[in-house]
Design a protein around this ligand. Structure first.
Ligand SMILES: Nc1nc2c(ncn2[C@@H]2O[C@H](COP(=O)(O)OP(=O)(O)OP(=O)(O)O)[C@@H](O)[C@H]2O)c(=O)[nH]1
Ligand SMILES: [Mg+2]
Length: 380
């Protein structure tokens, strides 16, 4: 028998907690290889949540655990529960679940099934086939949820992961142990994103299963939306190699133009030669910034020669993007046309500028990002 521990963070969930714990423990009847226990971390609810849990413990002292902590946010509550579970309960897997019945306890066996089949981290996904968000959610709530997930997916350029924010998950204890140091910095709801990001970066085996999120019927939501949005954006900005790669791209562009300008106007070098110099300067700057910042988790190791080999390869990849731009632009000019486009009735720009921007956005960025990840900064 392996132990699965369902962690329920609670703040004023007296309307649901009794039935929820009973429904969770009921799952034991369906499971022959698992023992399912419950750990409630109650952050000093002002209603009867803790009292109800204590009452239930009289009958189920071995299956129900209760922690009572100060209210310091969802992430903090999970962190405290994880530390307690590791020290005192030692389950094989932890299931995270909201205590307001938004997550159906009858789904627990499906999560455990995925874990038994080898997944380290199972996410209940609302945005895949078979999953859903509540129909009766207001439009702003729907938009917030959809856009938050989309922003994170694009921000991390991880298109195969469809759900980042839902809190119905099963995670193997070894992964939680490893992640403790990382997630302790995120005390709010953004902890969910930090936990999944850590799992991806550490090559955990992920699985998504459809989740039908049910709107809460009792109690109040604790989410503070504007703070949550800011925390999400800050997290992506500080942890996404894709965003950093884009910023480095802009810096490279600025370096290229500034040096070309300087060589041509100050040092009177010929235009072609000046542009070759400036392009190489930009390549050097991009390589260093990507190595020591964007992809610093995968920094080139193996000494000077490994570094030099990668630098030369990087030059080839960069030359590839120059060639793609040249060929793409001449094809577009030839087949779509070379004309002047009037913007907002004010500016006239050559159509080549539009082509160039589109080629960079839809060909050069994916081309470089994929090759950087697959060739230059490969995972060890
Ligand atoms: N212990 C503890 N639990 C919390 C805290 N904040 C939220 N929770 C619990 O975390 C779970 C999710 O919080 P909710 O307020 O339901 O957030 P949500 O599900 O995103 O929002 P709704 O759809 O409005 O319910 C619930 O079980 C809450 O009681 C906290 O600071 N401490
Ligand atoms: Mg909820």
């Amino acid at each position: 028998m392996k132990k699965a521990l369902v962690v329920l963070p609670t703040f004023n969930e007296a309307g649901t907690i009794k039935k929820l714990i009973e429904d969770i423990l009921e799952q034991n009847k369906k499971l022959s290889n698992w023992e399912v226990d419950v750990l409630v971390n109650d952050s000093l609810s002002t209603d009867d949540t803790a009292k109800i849990v204590k009452e239930l413990r009289k009958k189920h002292s071995k299956e129900i655990y209760l922690l009572e902590t100060k209210k310091e946010g969802l992430g903090k509550a999970y962190h405290q529960a994880f530390v307690y579970a590791i020290e005192h309960i030692q389950p094989f897997v932890i299931i995270q679940m909201d205590a307001d019945f938004s997550h159906n306890p009858n789904d627990i066996p499906s999560y455990l099934d995925k874990i038994a089949k080898g997944a380290d981290f199972v996410v209940g996904a609302r945005y895949i086939k078979g999953g859903s968000i509540p129909k009766d959610w207001g439009i702003h709530r729907k938009l917030l949820s959809v856009f938050a997930n989309l922003t994170i997916r694009l921000g991390f350029m991880k298109l195969n992961i469809h759900e980042w924010t839902n809190g119905y998950r099963a995670i193997k204890i070894w992964l939680i142990k490893d992640a403790l140091d990382h997630i302790k910095n995120y005390s709010g709801y953004v902890f969910q994103i930090a936990m999944l990001d850590y799992a991806i970066k550490n090559d955990a085996k992920l699985a998504e299963i459809p989740n039908n999120f049910i709107d809460r019927k009792y109690g109040k939501s604790k989410i503070f939306v504007s703070q949550y949005i800011l925390q999400i954006l800050a997290y992506i900005f500080t942890h996404s190699s894709f965003i950093k790669f884009i910023i480095v791209g802009f810096i490279g562009f600025a370096v290229d133009f500034s040096f070309a300008y300087l060589f041509i106007n100050e040092f009177h070098v010929t235009k072609a030669l000046a542009n070759m110099f400036s392009a190489e300067m930009a390549i050097c700057v991009n390589f260093m910034l990507n190595n020591f910042w964007s992809f610093k988790d995968k920094k080139i190791a193996g000494g000077f020669f490994a570094f030099l080999t990668k630098f030369i390869t990087f030059n080839f990849v960069s030359s590839g993007s120059i060639i793609i731009q040249g060929v793409g632009l001449s094809l577009a000019l030839r087949f779509i046309g070379d004309r002047t486009i009037n913007l907002f009735g004010v500016y006239n720009i050559g159509s080549w500028i539009v082509y160039k921007v589109l080629i960079i956005a839809f060909i050069i960025i994916p081309y470089s990002y994929i090759l950087y990840n697959k060739v230059i900064w490969k995972k060890k």
